[in-house]
Design a protein around this ligand. Structure first.
Ligand SMILES: *[C@@H]1O[C@H](CO)[C@@H](O)[C@H](O)[C@H]1NC(C)=O
Ligand SMILES: *[C@@H]1O[C@H](CO)[C@@H](O)[C@H](O)[C@H]1NC(C)=O
Ligand SMILES: *[C@@H]1O[C@H](CO)[C@@H](O)[C@H](O)[C@H]1NC(C)=O
Ligand SMILES: *[C@@H]1O[C@H](CO)[C@@H](O)[C@H](O)[C@H]1NC(C)=O
Length: 692
């Protein structure tokens, strides 16, 4: 389930435990074992398995399109250490892939088709040094890949961003940092809002783009230039770009900078610019409405030669997340959420209109993108030569793996028959989690719908000892993972109510000024439907949990016993407790102002707050509740969690407070993630875990 971007981890999982059909004494987590025990075993996917599972990033192919690079990190529970490595796999042959451990972490990217650059940051603060290494890959058709690290220096143009002080001088950062640290106090002082963001107080430094020459010398050795160039943001304006096409890299940076610049001044969110390989067009994503993060993104194409820009997906009721031109520049690939999946779509690029327009009159073939994938959550789409498309995909049953879709050269987007009958050949290039997940019987889930067009999703595990159901978007999660919950013995149900994304903009928008309204009509209907359709669920042993907006939902359910969900225990993670106070304290004020009908003192917002603020209903709170909060959550400050806990304690309602002093809106640290699972399952088990 996905909510508007301002509250990115909004999630409401409604769970009900079913009695285990053959409870064995060793797996009974309730009765005998106190804290810190999970149901574990060779066929159980436990929280420990989740935390220790390798976390692959997104695959990236080299220019030749024959090798793919993936960064992977894996946490060791024994050593309490995160190990990073890069994984190099062939796209076409069956050669054994290569796993290169990166002892000091860092980021890796292709320099050319046989060279990977690897940037490692060592030290911290003013002592931070970034060293660039190159890794050359030797690759013979049927030989094992070998590599060697070489100390490097480099060229062509390498672009990077770094934080600099007001003087913009990268060389002076160290001395400026020292001066700042030795200022004799620890205060931050502000004259304007936006003093902090997510989990960071805004300090004296701002990010800036730099470039440095990077090239091979006559001995084929990479040489890094000594002169740093800085990009002047205010000089790089969109209008001047078409006439200053010096080099492709320079152009790309100028467009990126100028888009960021425009976004700042026009307050119109533009992001993810990409170029056609021919260098004649740029495409990016743009939101129409100021201050509405969950607005539908539209694709804008800018024809550099003609100096004309037009909107491509004005009439498509989905919100693209990323775009990429095909190699010949004639089509555009789109990654977008669609009914709780993130799919890859393709559209032909229309002829450039005669003048700039946000709603060009286009023939039908340019209006409806064709879906190339149907399940899971795709990312990192990269067109390769010979009609191949590289992408990364995860699902409810698997973390990321890299795939290649072949045969796209046979697809004629201008022919309805070709569009309807096209079947590419899909190959999976990596199997990062196969071994670790073997025998764990993760469940792919099951969709269910109730009422007209409201979409929800449930996943069911149909082994004989337990029959949990679960939901969410069809995407792997390292935090709220339905399979982990299911395998502790619960049926997991996740409903996508009003406010959810991927079902069209109307449903996404409809939550504004209605946080405690229609979403709960949906949840009540969904819950009723579930209890009717799945009689094996015991409604007397149901519990619920939610984070962010989902945490608001938990606080809201607390104050509304008339909804009659009958939950025996609740978990509220980083949830809004006092909406009015949130309107003053949150880092992104515009988000509140949009969602609650204005600034918290304005008449309309006052009305909405009166109706939908959880603190107005505290007197009737009675359900046992676990409150979890990260102290570095500046979206929803920890006082929301502490306030809810204090209310529960004074009302005499069983309650527990878990504070993570170093976590933000999420729980990112591996050890903390494990603790989170311990506390959540312990809480549920305390109230619904006993077999009666
Ligand atoms: C489970 O515990 C009960 C009661 O303590 C006992 O009678 C039974 O033999 C145990 N079963 C197993 C499989 O250990
Ligand atoms: C940047 O800082 C360095 C180190 O303090 C100094 O030598 C150099 O002159 C500065 N450059 C500019 C353009 O001010
Ligand atoms: C950046 O460009 C603007 C506009 O062209 C100019 O006014 C300004 O002086 C430039 N700044 C620097 C540091 O070159
Ligand atoms: C609390 O519950 C009582 C009894 O049902 C009801 O009369 C009252 O309106 C409730 N208070 C709030 C704030 O909803």
């Amino acid at each position: 389930m996905r909510f508007p971007a301002g509250f990115p981890v909004s999630l409401l999982g409604l769970a009900a435990q079913v009695p285990l059909q053959s409870p064995s004494n060793t797996t009974d987590i309730m009765t005998s074992k106190p804290d810190y025990s999970f149901k574990e075993g060779v066929n159980v996917f436990s929280p420990k398995d989740l935390v220790g599972l390798a976390r692959p990033g997104t695959g990236s192919a080299n220019d030749a399109g024959d090798l793919v690079l993936v960064a992977v990190s894996k946490y060791s529970l024994e050593e309490k250490k995160n190990q990073k490595s890069i994984f190099i796999a062939p796209v076409e042959s069956a050669v054994q892939p290569l796993d290169v451990p990166l002892t000091n972490g860092g980021e890796a990217f292709w320099l050319d088709s046989r060279t990977i650059a690897h940037a490692v940051a060592e030290g911290a603060g003013k002592d931070k040094v970034i060293t660039l290494y190159t890794l050359s890959v030797k690759f013979e058709a049927d030989a094992v890949l070998t590599t060697n690290f070489r100390y490097s220096e480099e060229s062509a143009v390498l672009v990077f961003s770094d934080y600099v002080h007001a003087d913009g001088n990268l060389t002076a950062v160290k001395e400026n940092d020292e001066a700042w640290e030795n200022r004799g106090d620890t205060a931050f002082v502000y004259d304007n809002t936006y003093e902090r963001h997510w989990d960071t107080w805004i300090g004296p430094k701002t990010p800036s783009l730099f470039s440095v020459k990077l090239s091979k010398d006559i001995n084929n050795k990479w040489i890094l230039g000594t002169e740093l160039a800085q990009w002047n943001h205010s000089a790089a304006r969109m209008t001047s770009i078409s006439r200053r096409r010096t080099s492709c890299t320079r152009l790309r940076i100028q467009v990126a900078v100028s888009l960021a610049h425009e976004a700042k001044y026009l307050r119109r969110a533009t992001h993810a610019p990409v170029f056609s390989a021919q260098g004649d067009k740029v495409a990016w994503l743009e939101l129409d409405r100021d201050g509405v993060e969950s607005d539908r993104a539209k694709i804008v194409i800018y024809d550099l030669a003609k100096d004309i820009r037009y909107t491509l997906t004005q009439q498509w009721d989905r919100s693209p997340e990323a775009v990429a031109f095909s190699r010949d520049g004639k089509a555009i690939y789109i990654t977008a959420g669609d009914i709780a999946r993130i799919k890859i779509f393709v559209l032909p690029v229309p002829p450039t209109p005669s003048s700039s327009t946000t709603d060009p009159a286009l023939p039908p073939e340019y209006l409806t993108p064709l879906a190339l994938t149907s399940s899971g959550a795709a990312s990192g789409v990269q067109p390769l030569s010979k009609g191949r498309l590289l992408f990364t995909r995860s699902s409810l049953t698997s973390p990321n793996d890299v795939f290649v879709l072949r045969g796209l050269e046979t697809l004629n987007l201008h022919s309805a028959v070709s569009r309807e009958t096209f079947k590419g050949k899909l190959d999976r290039l990596t199997r990062f989690s196969d071994d670790a997940l073997e025998g764990k019987s993760l469940d792919a889930g099951e969709d269910f719908w109730f009422e007209e067009g409201r979409a929800e999703e449930v996943a069911g595990i149909d082994d004989h000892s337990r029959r949990p159901r679960e939901c969410l978007e069809d995407q792997w999660s390292t935090r709220w993972n339905p399979n982990v919950m299911a395998q502790q013995g619960y049926v997991v149900i996740a409903i996508n109510p009003t406010g959810s994304t991927t079902f069209g903009q109307e449903l996404t928008d409809a939550i504004a000024e209605d946080w405690g309204g229609n979403p709960f009509v949906d949840l009540q209907k969904g819950w009723k439907y579930i209890l009717q359709e799945y009689p094996e669920i015991d409604p007397d042993r149901a519990v619920a949990a939610g984070a962010s907006y989902g945490g608001y939902a938990i606080n809201w359910i607390q104050g509304h016993p008339e909804y009659d969900f009958g939950f025996k225990a609740l978990v509220c993670h980083d949830g809004a407790f006092s909406a009015a106070y949130h309107g003053y304290s949150t880092d992104e004020l515009f988000f509140f102002n949009h969602e609650w009908g204005g600034r918290p003192w304005e008449p309309k917002a006052r009305e909405v707050i009166k109706k939908f603020d959880p603190i107005n209903f505290v007197e009737n709170w009675s359900t046992p509740m676990l409150v979890v909060h990260g102290s570095k959550d500046y979206r929803l400050p920890e006082t929301d969690g502490i306030g809810a806990f204090h209310a529960l304690q004074q009302l005499g309602v069983p309650s527990r407070l878990v504070i993570f002093p170093d976590e933000n809106h999420w729980v990112l640290n591996h050890g903390n993630s494990l603790k989170w699972h311990y506390e959540v399952f312990r809480w549920f088990d305390k109230f619904v875990g006993k077999d009666d």
